[in-house]
Design a protein around this ligand. Structure first.
Ligand code: ZN
Length: 464
């Protein structure tokens, strides 16, 4: 119930434009409450917008004006820069959503607890990241529902109607006004205030405000008041990305997970790392709950336990037994996704010249490397999982910078420099950020070598 009433009306307007002030004037005149969704980094930008052949102002207030303009209503987030969240990295989702809310909180002096997806763009990965790593308690989509029932999935919140759908807006309003429900019901309207300039519909909006306002059995509140209750306080969140490494000695030699974590932490990222590794192990064994380490993997893959899982296959299996590699990978990717995490393949490299296995299989270092790359690329494409192209970077440095030794004496495992190169590729792949210039160095003799490895990782991941 809403202050003892069974019905509540709330509004949601996006993008923080100067037209909001005229809309607020209307809302205040009729005692209506609204939530305004703001891109913090866009505040102060003045532009024009052409829609349906009409040019309208699309100007944003200065940050210092926000508390005054929106007083009496609610300010919520809309990402820092109006980002299309499904297209950005895990870390960028957190930054776009959480930093926007935090900066707005500082600006308005109260906890900003909700957000809106720019252009309505979201997917399961984005929702999982928001659930685990942001304080967003609700997130409005651009999807609609005809139902006034309170929703449980507040991070995929559906509105009832966009105001531009005038006929539906008025029809739903009339239905809502006449309802005498025995359980709480919510009527939720959204839009952009500049749209009233486009079709000159300010009068129509006033007519609507007049119709929906002033009913004793309706509570008029902001999104937070209606969806979360007036006494809601910001929930806790675990901001650290939780990353699991599954693999064998190519992962545990030099403790790749720790080198990776040091690289990422050096750049300001928050994360925790965990690993399940054993010498010579194949993914098929890691995928087998009856197996010693497979049982550990099964135990660790609990719902919500990790955000990202790196998968490394035994070093020649993707070429020597591709079917086994593919079968285990498909199954593991499915299990990883089922707990809300994202799989990333760790593409390893060919043996160094002189290694006995090359002769056994009839491979060259380059031939083995390219065959591995192709196998990882194929399973990545099939499972829609990202591949961290460590093998490509290895081959590049092996051919062009023989002065840097990437291999252990056994001509197969990574030297410390090889592990550093793998960590840099993982870093660039996960955070979609160039590794050139990362502060943490490991396994290299000097800064020049570190730079060569960073450039090779950048080229392998971003292709330029
Ligand atoms: Zn928007």
């Amino acid at each position: 119930m809403f202050q003892g009433k069974m019905k509540a009306v709330t509004f949601s307007y996006d993008d923080a434009v100067t037209q909001d002030q005229r809309l607020i004037h209307l809302f205040n005149k009729y005692g209506l409450k609204c939530t305004f969704n703001i891109n913090y980094d866009k505040l102060g930008v003045a532009r024009a917008l052409i829609r349906e052949g009409v040019t309208v102002a699309h100007c944003k207030p200065q940050p210092c004006e926000v508390p005054g303009i929106y007083a009496g209503h609610e300010v919520a987030g809309h990402t820092l820069t109006h980002a299309h969240l499904p297209r950005v990295s895990d870390h960028e989702v957190i930054r776009q959503v959480e930093d926007d809310m935090q900066k707005l909180s500082e600006l308005v002096g109260y906890e900003v607890v909700g957000t809106v997806f720019p252009c309505g763009d979201f997917d399961d990965r984005v929702i999982n990241i928001m659930k685990n790593h942001t304080t967003a308690a609700y997130a409005r989509t651009t999807k609609h529902t005809d139902s006034f029932e309170p929703q449980t999935d507040l991070l995929r919140f559906k509105a009832n109607v966009h105001h531009c759908n005038w006929d539906k807006l008025f029809a739903m309003a009339k239905e809502f006004i006449e309802m005498k429900p025995e359980t709480p019901q919510i009527f939720y309207v959204w839009g952009h205030a500049y749209e009233f300039d486009i079709d000159n519909s300010w009068d129509k909006m006033e007519e609507f405000c007049k119709l929906i306002s002033g009913h004793d059995d309706i509570f008029y509140g902001t999104n937070k008041e209606v969806l979360l209750g007036e006494n809601y306080t910001r929930r806790e969140c675990n901001q650290d990305l939780r990353i699991l490494f599954i693999g064998n000695s190519y992962t545990y030699v030099n403790e790749l997970w720790n080198v990776f974590a040091d690289v990422a932490r050096g750049e300001g990222y928050r994360l925790t790392v965990d690993q399940v590794t054993k010498g010579g192990y194949r993914l098929s064994q890691m995928n087998d709950p009856e197996n010693e380490k497979g049982a550990v993997v099964a135990e660790k893959l609990k719902p919500d336990a990790y955000d990202v899982v790196f998968l490394q296959e035994q070093s020649h299996t993707p070429v020597s037994n591709q079917e086994a590699f593919f079968a285990a990978s498909r199954s593991l990717c499915e299990k990883i996704r089922a707990i809300g995490a994202r799989p990333i393949f760790y593409q390893t490299w060919g043996r160094k010249d002189g290694n006995q296995d090359l002769e056994t299989f009839g491979w060259t270092p380059e031939g083995m490397s390219l065959a591995l790359a192709e196998s990882y690329r194929a399973i990545g494409e099939e499972t829609k999982a990202t591949v961290s192209p460590v093998g490509d970077a290895f081959l590049d440095v092996y051919k062009n910078h023989p002065e840097i030794n990437l291999y252990h004496e056994d001509k197969t495992h990574p030297s410390p420099a090889g592990t550093y190169l793998a960590a840099l590729c993982h870093y660039a792949t996960l955070y979609r950020t160039s590794p050139i210039g990362v502060k943490y160095h490991f396994g290299v003799e000097n800064d020049a070598q570190a730079q060569i490895l960073q450039e090779a990782a950048h080229k392998a991941v971003f292709g330029e």
